[in-house]
Design a binder for this molecule. Structure first.
Ligand code: ADP
Ligand code: ZN
Ligand code: ZN
Length: 742
């Protein structure tokens, strides 16, 4: 047996794995993750490394292969645990060990350490004023400006000061020489949040909140570690419950990871944690530079942080004594990685918690079918919050059948009921949110005479009409001018079939000229802070109407919103995807949940062309369990997750013929190794987007009741692909129980 060893796990070039011989005295003592000492390099320097795998054969000259010296003493346990987690991920989701390690280990990019420099006044006030007079007298304006500023505040940030006061480096140097000030530097951790203390509300917890907290606390104190689903309707106060649970875990000297979907990771949310736990809280998000993120990891290792809040990747925070992982909005698609290994944060969190003796709390108003099913099977414990906290109630929901509107001659995007209710709210100075379900479909250009849809020549997706007479591909950025006649039949009945957020904004402004309107979508939130700014200004009631896509559904609490309009509610039902019913229900319920968060009751209007669908009916009733039953019937009938397991094999390549051939071979191979006929094979199919940037895509779907069987099949496919040259120029990825179709 030979051991695969990685040497420097924080290094960017993690790609190198070295093989070592295992000496007889170490046989049976090594595991994946064990830290060992090996001779390394030409000088055979004793170096620490981690075991990341074992192999029975090697391509190297075994006579010249070096031997592991010993197991490292005082191993940094946390890295060993993360390496072991990576090994599990590789096995469970596919891909290579290196890909898994890169996902799990914080990698240090060679980046200049940003020094924080500070100017400090060395004179006392009196001396300072005297010196200021001298500068003014000599008409040395820049020096005077700088000194005056320091007299006001004797210690200030160097970079900020020279920018704000418009002084040069040489002015600073002059004052330094005159011993007026000192330029000091310190290596600082870049702290992304500037902690502003806010008044913390004290609530009388509801009975249900107390029950949930106590169930957890009793278990935790008794040493029971488990997975819990906190299933609470929108506005039921789940965050309060998380915070009590976190407090309990911190009291025991353990650390906590809180995962929040990126989109909901707003200033407001993070502040709630800061004002409760102070600056032992840290945040990771994708808008931070790699350096900033690495700094937060350094703070964790220096034990300056006990609570890490972040999106999916924060799951791998190297806490050495992890006690709890909270996953808020656990149903979110963002918890599934789009890169190999295509892991799900929920499953991976549960695995990490098992390995390290921690608990997991999943929270949602609309749990994933996976999580609810796991409760029904007794795998997770369910904690329920059925009522809203405080004095607020769930909103009243109405459904408008848009086909009826059309029959009555209303061709507008806004149905009569919604329009009327908007008018009333505007008069009462209450706020309105209009939610447009899904942007991708919104702008597509089609011919009403023949059905032709204008597509991107490279990507095989429909182009979206943008303002300024152009059509744009959202996959590759291809643009072309809008057409006025159908390229296929010549009819002039061609155009944007359904409205996007921009058209809705125009319409609302025309219909209600007095209304102040904000729009939030991909176009208005391009900048780093755009998203946050729009939400902040709506929260401070600088606008009456907020129009947006999915983005407006999460995060902020707007107490003055009493009306939510959901336009084209059924749009997401048409996606060719087994989760579309679930996604539609979740979106509608979450959107409806935005109404009536304050003292006044809320109302919701759902506009749909397909109002009979159970996803829409149940969302209107806010009946999750009713939805769950209907949806499970469908999943059972079709053999979809969570009842059955689904493995998507995504294959891409530049040569279409070769790709098709390879897919057929792979399919034959699977049916050949599936001796017991446990696997159903679907495809190869051209996915919804069949070509992106001139690269072709095909998918094979494998269905089976047992995850284990699919996993072993995946392992065999990986070996088959590796040894057959026909696959060499193709890219093949595995995706278990995919969240999205490709
Ligand atoms: P959820 O995450 O379940 O939608 P939040 O935790 O955001 O709900 O809570 C919704 C609102 O209710 C927040 O403004 C929160 O501060 C408030 N809240 C939470 N618990 C209570 C309580 N026991 N009494 C009154 N208000 C509460
Ligand atoms: Zn046509
Ligand atoms: Zn394109």
């Amino acid at each position: 047996m030979y051991a695969d060893i990685i040497i420097d796990i924080t290094h960017e070039k993690l790609d190198k794995i070295f093989q070592y011989r295992i000496p007889s005295q170490l046989e049976g003592m090594l595991k994946v993750g064990t830290e060992v000492v090996v001779p390394f390099g030409r000088s055979n320097k004793e170096t620490r490394g981690y075991v990341v795998g074992f192999s029975e054969s090697t391509e190297y000259d075994t006579a010249r292969m070096k031997e592991i010296l010993k197991v490292a003493e005082k191993s940094v346990a946390i890295e060993a645990k993360l390496v072991a987690l990576a090994a599990w991920m590789k096995e469970y989701y596919g891909g290579t060990m290196i890909q898994a390690l890169k996902t799990v280990l914080p990698i240090k990019k060679e980046e200049k350490v940003r020094e924080k420099r500070r100017l400090r006044l060395l004179l006392d006030e009196e001396e300072g004023k005297r010196q200021l007079d001298i500068y003014l007298h000599k008409n040395q304006k820049a020096r005077a400006r700088l000194l005056a500023a320091l007299l006001e505040q004797p210690e200030q940030d160097y970079d900020l000061m020279i920018r704000k006061l418009n002084v040069t480096r040489s002015v600073v140097r002059a004052l330094e020489e005159q011993k007026v000030l000192a330029l000091e530097s310190e290596k600082t951790y870049r702290n992304p949040i500037h902690y502003r203390k806010r008044e913390q509300k004290k609530y009388v917890h509801t009975k249900e909140q107390i029950h949930a907290m106590e169930r957890f606390r009793e278990d935790y104190r008794a040493g029971v570690r488990d997975t819990y689903l906190l299933y609470g309707v929108t506005g039921s106060g789940k965050t309060e419950v998380y915070m009590e649970m976190i407090a309990e875990v911190l009291r025991q000297g353990k650390q906590v990871i809180v995962l929040i979907p990126e989109i909901a990771l707003t200033y407001q949310t993070v502040m709630r944690f800061y004002s409760r736990f102070g600056d032992r809280v840290s945040v990771l998000n994708s808008r931070m530079s790699q350096g900033e993120r690495y700094d937060q990891i350094e703070r964790v290792k220096a034990e300056e942080v006990d609570v890490m809040i972040g999106p999916r990747s924060a799951l791998f925070t190297p806490f050495s004594n992890l006690g709890l992982i909270v996953i808020d909005e656990e149903q979110e698609g963002a918890y599934k990685s789009e890169q190999v290994p295509r892991y799900h944060a929920r499953e991976t969190a549960i695995r990490r918690a098992e390995m390290e003796g921690a608990s997991v709390v999943l929270g949602s108003a609309t749990p994933s079918l996976e999580a609810f099913y796991a409760c029904q099977c007794g795998k997770y414990q369910m904690l329920k919050l059925t009522e809203r906290a405080g004095n607020t109630h769930l909103p009243q929901v109405y459904i408008t059948d848009m086909r009826e509107e059309l029959k009555r001659g209303n061709r507008s995007i806004l149905g009569d009921r919604l329009k009327e209710m908007m008018r009333e709210r505007l008069q009462k100075k209450e706020q309105i949110m209009l939610f447009l379900n899904r942007r991708g479909y919104a702008g597509f250009v089609s011919c009403r005479a023949c059905g032709y849809v204008v597509k991107c020549p490279h990507c095989d997706v429909s182009l979206s009409a943008h303002r300024g007479g152009k059509m744009v591909c959202h996959y590759c950025g291809y643009e072309m001018p809008s057409v006025s006649r159908c390229p296929s039949c010549g009819s002039s009945y061609i155009g944007g079939f359904r409205a996007g957020t921009q058209q809705i904004e125009d319409l609302v402004k025309r219909e209600f000229p007095e209304a102040r309107v904000l729009r939030m979508d991909m176009d208005t939130t391009r900048t780093k802070e755009g998203h946050e700014q729009i939400l902040e200004s709506f929260a401070s009631e600088e606008a009456d109407v907020l129009i947006g896509t999915q983005m407006i559904v999460k995060g902020h609490d707007f107490p003055n919103v009493t009306l939510v309009g959901i336009l084209a509610a059924d749009m997401s039902l048409y996606a060719d995807d087994y989760r579309s019913g679930e996604r539609t229900f979740q979106l509608l319920t979450q959107a409806a949940g935005r109404a009536g968060r304050g003292n006044r009751p809320g109302e919701v209007v759902i506009q749909s062309y397909n109002p009979e669908h159970y996803s829409i009916q149940m969302a209107a009733k806010q009946d999750y369990e009713g939805f769950y039953e209907e949806e499970m019937r469908y999943r059972e009938l079709m053999g979809y997750p969570p009842v059955s397991q689904l493995l998507a094999v995504l294959m891409t390549g530049a040569d279409e013929e070769q790709l098709e051939l390879a897919a057929e071979y792979l399919k034959k191979y699977v049916s050949h190794i599936d001796r017991n006929r446990q696997i159903q094979i679907i495809g190869p199919a051209r996915p919804y987007v069949g070509r992106v940037n001139d690269v072709y895509r095909l998918v094979l779907y494998l269905k089976c009741e047992e995850y284990q069987v699919l996993m072993e099949t995946k392992n065999q496919m990986e070996r088959y692909i590796e040894i057959n040259r026909g696959f060499a120029s193709l890219r093949i990825q595995f995706d278990f129980n995919p969240m999205n179709i490709f």
